[in-house]
Design a protein around this ligand. Structure first.
Ligand SMILES: NC(=O)c1ccc[n+]([C@@H]2O[C@H](COP(=O)([O-])OP(=O)(O)OC[C@H]3O[C@@H](n4cnc5c(N)ncnc54)[C@H](O)[C@@H]3O)[C@@H](O)[C@H]2O)c1
Length: 426
């Protein structure tokens, strides 16, 4: 099915005023007009709406009835498929924050809804669009390193406990239940985007957490290393959850290799290194070079937005996809395939790293099997079945010190004393 292309500016509504505020603030740069915001935390909603001068809705049902073309879903991680399906059915194009679905069944239903409506559905995976990942994509398409054989993606983003609690207000907040490998797309998506390969199997191992005395603890809130086999036989390695911040990518092909610079900064120095063995050098190629890539386009707008310019390019790609009627690379198919890698990785990690096949979401037989699988490590997933306790990565608040730290962090988020106590018991 094809969709009607809006004339003039694309009118956008934003669901979720925390991370969603960044989209709301920068929508205009990519030719979209912010029309309204939805958030069920009234204090935050009122503040953001008054700053941005748009109406706000506490109820999603009211919000989605408003007259706009597209919606940014920046609601809690495990609710994206639920809200995306409703938004598509209401005739809105959808830009969904990472990631697409919290269960395999959700993924199938979302995929089918996106196909049936023909509206634009895009995963907002901004890490694909940093300047060095865009440069890697350009080089890979030119054949600079041949065919990928091995690649590494690192989204290792350690945080002080007080900050981590600030980001996770509530005993049921998704970040307090998140198995690290579910948040895999920042590391994996750029590698898939650059090489245009698809995941076919995953093996994931947990590195158990340690207390300050070096004793291993039995929590499932652990670091992980996953290996993802791709459809051309290549293996991609992803890890996260240990000390030593690193948002970094490297790729080895049949004819050379390329990697981002290591060093200070969220993404390091954002340089690109390319190197070749003498016998793979093509005419005109240098054996090794390191440089700081230019933006291919829109340098000024990109510099003004977060995550190495990635936030701007996500919105730009979304707006262009709506205007042209051409689905973006990060469409429902690619987005759900990436998301499902994290879902299967957690199952693998809970079976000692067993390799597990990742079905193609387009395959109707696989869809039927996945439709009956609603297992999730998050509480509160619509229609979800909570995993066995032994598979949960839940953070607990029984320890009085932890409770006090959480209380302080959640108050800093704007919750009142009364609301904070309710957040422990929600
Ligand atoms: N791509 C990136 O760089 C990046 C950065 C930060 C967050 N994220 C993603 O963005 C998403 C949101 O992250 P967050 O940290 O803002 O999450 P969050 O859960 O802390 O905040 C979500 C917001 O949605 C509101 N909300 C919750 N349930 C609602 C409902 N039923 N109706 C209306 N509003 C509701 C909450 O009050 C809150 O303001 C996550 O999926 C996260 O992974 C991505």
């Amino acid at each position: 099915m094809t969709h009607t292309i809006p004339e003039g500016e694309i009118r956008v509504g934003v669901l979720g005023a925390f991370r969603g505020k960044a989209f709301a603030e920068t929508a205009a740069a990519s030719g979209m007009k912010l029309t309204c915001i939805c958030d069920n935390f009234k204090t935050r909603l009122d503040k953001v709406c008054s700053e941005l001068g748009v109406p706000g809705y506490e109820s999603f049902d009211e919000f989605i009835k408003q007259d706009f073309d597209a919606v940014v879903i920046a609601a809690p991680f495990h609710t994206h498929a639920y809200f995306s399906k409703l938004a598509l059915k209401a005739g809105k194009h959808v830009l969904s924050e990472t990631s697409c679905n919290a269960t395999l069944a959700d993924g199938v239903e979302l995929y089918r809804t996106a196909c049936e409506t023909g509206l634009c559905y895009m995963l907002a995976e901004n890490y694909c669009y940093t300047r060095f990942n865009q440069e890697f994509k350009r080089l890979y398409d030119l054949g600079e390193i041949g065919y990928v054989r091995y690649a590494e993606g690192e989204y290792n983003h350690p945080m002080a406990l007080s900050d981590s609690l600030w980001y996770a207000p509530g005993a049921k907040h998704w970040r307090n239940w998140l198995p690290g490998c579910y948040y895999n797309t920042h590391a994996l998506a750029p590698l898939m985007y650059i090489t245009n390969t698809l995941p076919v199997a995953v093996s994931c191992n947990l590195i158990p957490p340690m207390d300050e005395y070096g004793n291993i603890t039995d929590s499932r809130r652990s670091a992980f290393v996953m290996l993802v086999r791709m459809d051309n036989g290549a293996i991609f390695r992803i890890y996260a959850g240990v000390a030593g911040h690193s948002c970094w990518y490297g790729l080895h092909g049949t004819k050379g290799a390329m990697e981002a610079g290591r060093g200070q900064g969220y993404f390091g120095p954002e340089t690109v290194r390319i190197w070749h063995e003498p016998w793979t050098l093509k005419e005109g190629q240098e054996a090794e070079k390191v440089y700081f890539p230019d933006w291919a386009e829109h340098a000024e707008e990109a510099k003004a937005t977060g995550h190495g310019g990635g936030d701007f390019f996500v919105e730009l790609n979304f707006a262009e996809a709506i205007r042209t009627g051409k689905q973006p690379y990060l469409d429902a198919f690619h987005g759900i395939m990436m998301t499902n890698v994290g879902i299967y990785a957690w199952r693998s990690a809970n079976q000692g790293g067993k390799w597990i096949d990742i079905p193609d979401i387009r395959d109707e037989k696989a869809q039927e099997e996945m439709l009956s699988d609603r297992l999730t490590p998050f509480p509160g997933v619509e229609g979800g079945v909570l995993m066995d306790e032994s598979m949960l990565a839940r953070r607990t608040f029984d320890d009085p010190k932890m409770r006090e730290m959480a209380r302080e962090a959640w108050k800093r988020q704007g919750y009142t004393d009364e609301e904070v106590e309710a957040l422990f018991n929600e």
